[in-house]
Design a protein around this ligand. Structure first.
Ligand code: GLP
Length: 241
């Protein structure tokens, strides 16, 4: 695991964005694995900035997002589809048909999971962006006795719904279910970029990166991957030094 610590969020964002831009420059039809949450916003801003400065084109790129809420339409401003358009897709030259998220409105979650996995199988992710949940979740893979390899629907833990409530008008509006890429699919990416900021994540960062590999901390499974780049700000990394 390669680990880098940054003094400012701007530096972390710029570094992370550059890893994705370099991938696209080397391979114009690269497959990018993307994430949501508050952490990637600044990273996407930097990617948009580079595009606007004509430093990179996303015309041939394909993207797969990690997850989506169940029961929320893509037009709903709380959906991850809406988030991706707002923060990235609508600002760059990627054709909409090349951007993929699990469909949280699909009538049959098992069928939707199989459809998503088949696409991932035929277009393996070159570089995957990941954030980290306070309980060690990646995507929406919550701590459990067993973890699913492929895409699947999950019931969100109370702490995850509480953490995400800040984006909703009230706790009642936070969906109870989501559909997420599985840990197995995430680990198939050629390179994984884990970006974490904030003092409130320091403990889980330490547990996930240096603690035992366990399904009760899904991010700890990243320790088994050959090419993970961990990007931390000083606060998130304070328990590692
Ligand atoms: C959500 C997302 C995760 C993300 C996590 C942390 O639960 N499903 O993919 O990593 O939030 O988000 P933040 O970066 O806002 O702390």
């Amino acid at each position: 695991m390669e680990m880098l610590m940054f003094d400012t969020q701007q530096e972390l964002d710029a570094y992370a964005a550059q890893l994705f831009i370099n991938t696209v420059k080397e391979k114009p039809n690269a497959v990018l694995g993307l994430a949501t949450g508050s952490t990637p916003i600044g990273i996407y801003d930097k990617m948009v900035e580079s595009y606007k400065e004509n430093k990179v084109s996303f015309k041939e790129v394909t993207t797969f997002n990690l997850d989506e809420y169940v029961g929320i339409t893509p037009e709903n401003d709380q959906s991850y589809a809406y988030y991706m358009n707002k923060h990235l897709f609508s600002h760059i030259d990627i054709p909409a048909a090349q951007t993929h998220l699990p469909n949280g409105m699909a009538p049959d979650m098992e069928g939707e999971s199989a459809r998503y996995d088949a696409m991932l199988e035929s277009q393996p992710v070159d570089i995957q962006l990941l954030g980290l949940g306070h309980n060690g979740h990646i995507g929406f893979n919550e701590p459990d006795v067993n973890l699913s390899g492929g895409t699947h629907a999950v019931k969100l833990k109370k702490e995850t719904r509480e953490a995400n409530a800040r984006f909703f008008a009230s706790m009642d509006e936070v969906p109870e279910y989501a559909i997420t890429m599985g840990v197995g699919s995430i680990l198939k990416a050629n390179t994984i970029v884990l970006a974490v900021r904030g003092s409130d994540k320091a403990e889980i960062v330490k547990e996930a990166l240096t603690g035992p590999i366990t399904t009760s901390v899904p991010a700890s499974l990243l320790q088994t991957h050959a090419r993970v780049i961990v990007l931390l700000d000083r606060e998130a990394g304070r328990m590692l030094v």
